[in-house]
Structures are given as structure tokens and as C-alpha cells.
Design a protein around this ligand. Structure first.
Ligand code: NAP
Ligand code: GLV
Length: 311
């Protein structure tokens, strides 16, 4: 029997327990509760666990995350058990959602629907010139599981595509840049900047005034990664100056976005509540169960977080 320790910050555990029972009938799933003694468990399944759970996480063979980003766990730093592998979700139904979200935002700006929405509210009928497609290059920061899926989804529309990663990559139809040396050239040619990076010490605040100023005038920003990638006051300044034409933001430094936050008052910022790629429970449980099966047989699995890189 495989014993799984589950924690859900939202307290909605029943459906997860049922899905584990369906996919892995011989598994025993227990819900972690603060202050209750914890029996020996084989694996833990968590998202952003409380600090009080760390001692129990030290007793398992692997920690599965029910999301793609590992920042919610890695933030505990040295308090984390050092030798327990942390395994993130790899797509598990998030790739297609990201593709939908980013393609929608890109096409909305390219076809100027944001401006037509404002016109319609003002009762205005005014056809605008089309953006030349060759000037509407899309630069994706992060060419991992989700960034690659987004670039592939955008390919049929014929925009010039570019991607930036930490290590060198090749992707058909995509101009690839990497590392600190490749960032300037990547930014200077990206009319639409899409942030799909993990949050690490190297990527925090990367989308700041200096880097956004390198984008072509009238650039667009789409952030579907983490709020802390973007220097929020810098974005407001550059939107007000017109250097950034508009932004679509799904993630923020403080979530939910506080009601007093100036982003709410800026019509050129489109806000969504961290929904660009939701964790799909069934797909996630299926992926975790498949990986547990491989680990139980002593086999390697993908998605193991590299703690030194932070993702
Ligand atoms: P991933 O597969 O780990 O890919 C990360 C990419 O970022 C890789 O291409 C990596 O480069 C690149 N990268 C990391 N550090 C870098 C650096 N310092 N400089 C340049 N490139 C760097 O991650 P993923 O599955 O695509 O997910 C990306 C992020 O999306 C997650 O970490 C999470 O924060 C966010 N996310 C948000 C939502 C939402 O609903 N808003 C949902 C899911 C995920 P290499 O290829 O060279 O390693
Ligand atoms: C969500 O934000 C994730 O990282 O999966």
C-alpha cells in the first residue's frame, strides 16, 4: 500500500481523495491537519503548505506539487528537508489553458479589440488601421513546458516569434535567445512581451523600468507567471507615458489584488484573478499517480525541481 499525505489550503479535499481512490485504489490518502500526529507516509501532495507542515514533509520519499511553480514551497529555503525530491506538475492540462489565454490577449491587442471595446462604450464607430504583422513580434520570457506550448499555439497566426530561456534552445519558427547576454536583443525586438518564467532570485523584478524601456514604443505586456516578476510602479509609469500601450495581468504581488491598488483604475490594464492556467484536479492526480508508480519501481520521473536553480 502507498500512503499519501494531502494538504489543500482551500480545505477542499474530498474530491482529491476520491480521484486518488479512483486512480490508485490501493493508496491510503490522509489529510494533513496542524497539531495532529502524522503516521509514516510515502508521499506528500501539497501546493503552498503551512510552515508547520515542514517537519512532516521531511518524512516522505517525495513531495508532489499540485502546480507548475515551485516558489510557494521553495520560499521556505533552508527550512525545507534537504534530500526530499520536489516534483512539480508538467502541463497536466495547464498548457492548453495558457495557450488560450495568451493567444486571446495577443489577438485582442493585434486586432485592436481593446480600443474597439472603449469605442463601443463611447458609442463611437471608427475603423482603425491594422497593425503590420511583421512589426507585431511576440517575445516569450521562459521557454519551458508552458512557454513552449504558447509559442506553438501562436505559430499558425504568422507573428514573428522569439523566446528567451536560461540555457540555449532551438524551436522551429522561433528566434531563440538565452541568458543575460541575449536579453537586450530579445527585448528590443519584442512588441508583445509575455512573461512565463518561474519566480526565482534571478527572475524576480526582471520586468522593471530598465527592461521594459528596451521594448519597442507602444509595446504590450502579458504576465501569466508571478506578480513579483513585474515592478508594478514602473509598469504604471510606462503605461502613463505611452511607452507601454497596455497590459494584461493575471498575477500580482499581493493576491487578491487589493481594492486600493492603482491598477484597478488604469483602463489600459486588464486584470484577471490568477486563472490563466488552473490546476485541473483529475489530470493532476493522474499525473501524480503515474509518477508514484514509477518511483515505487525505482524509476526516474520528470518535473523534479532543481533547488539550486529555483525551478
Ligand atoms: P518550466 O518548464 O520550469 O520553464 C521555465 C522556463 O523559464 C525555462 O525555459 C527556463 O529556462 C526559463 N528560465 C528560468 N530561469 C531563467 C532565467 N534566470 N533566465 C532565463 N530563463 C529562465 O516552467 P513552466 O511549467 O513553463 O511554468 C512557468 C511558470 O508559469 C511557473 O513557474 C509558474 O510560476 C507560472 N504559472 C502560472 C500559472 C497561472 O495560472 N498564472 C499557472 C501555471 C504556471 P531553461 O529552459 O533554460 O531551463
Ligand atoms: C499556478 O500558478 C502554478 O504555478 O501552477
Amino acid at each position: 500500500m502507498t500512503r499519501i499525505l494531502l494538504h489543500r489550503a482551500d480545505g477542499k479535499t474530498d474530491a482529491w481523495v476520491k480521484d486518488f481512490a479512483r486512480c490508485m485504489p490501493d493508496a491510503e490518502v490522509e489529510i494533513w491537519r496542524a497539531g495532529e500526529p502524522v503516521a509514516p507516509y510515502d508521499y506528500a501532495v501539497v501546493w503552498s503548505p503551512p510552515e508547520a507542515m515542514l517537519a512532516d514533509l521531511a518524512k516522505v520519499k517525495a513531495i508532489f506539487l499540485t502546480g507548475a511553480g515551485a516558489d510557494g514551497l521553495l520560499k521556505f529555503g533552508d527550512a525545507l528537508p534537504p534530500n526530499v525530491p520536489i516534483i512539480r506538475l508538467g502541463d497536466a492540462g495547464m498548457g492548453v489553458q495558457m495557450a488560450e489565454y495568451v493567444a486571446h490577449a495577443v489577438l485582442r491587442y493585434f486586432r485592436r479589440f481593446d480600443e474597439y471595446e472603449a469605442q463601443a462604450r463611447a458609442g463611437q464607430w471608427l475603423p482603425l488601421p491594422q497593425h503590420p504583422k511583421e512589426d507585431f513580434s511576440i517575445g516569450v520570457l521562459g521557454m519551458g513546458v508552458l512557454g513552449t506550448r504558447v509559442l506553438e499555439a501562436l505559430a499558425p497566426f504568422g507573428f514573428p516569434l522569439r523566446g528567451w530561456s536560461r540555457t540555449e534552445k532551438t524551436l522551429p519558427g522561433v528566434q531563440c535567445y538565452h541568458g543575460a547576454d541575449g536579453l537586450d536583443t530579445f527585448l528590443r525586438g519584442s512588441r508583445v512581451l509575455v512573461c512565463m518564467l518561474p519566480l526565482t532570485p534571478d527572475t524576480s523584478n526582471l520586468v522593471d523600468r530598465s527592461n521594459m524601456s528596451k521594448l519597442p514604443a507602444g509595446a504590450y505586456l502579458i504576465n501569466v507567471a508571478r506578480g513579483a516578476h513585474v515592478a508594478e510602479p514602473d509598469l504604471l509609469t510606462l503605461i502613463k507615458s505611452g511607452h507601454i500601450a497596455a497590459a494584461t495581468l493575471d498575477v500580482f504581488r499581493n493576491e487578491p489584488l487589493p481594492s486600493q491598488h492603482p491598477f484597478w483604475q488604469e483602463p489600459r490594464i486588464t486584470i484577471t484573478p490568477h486563472i490563466s492556467a488552473l490546476t485541473l484536479r483529475r489530470e493532476s492526480v493522474q499525473q501524480i499517480v503515474e509518477k508514484i508508480g514509477r518511483l515505487n519501481k525505482g524509476e526516474a520521473v520528470d518535473g523534479v525541481v532543481d533547488r539550486t536553480q529555483g525551478y
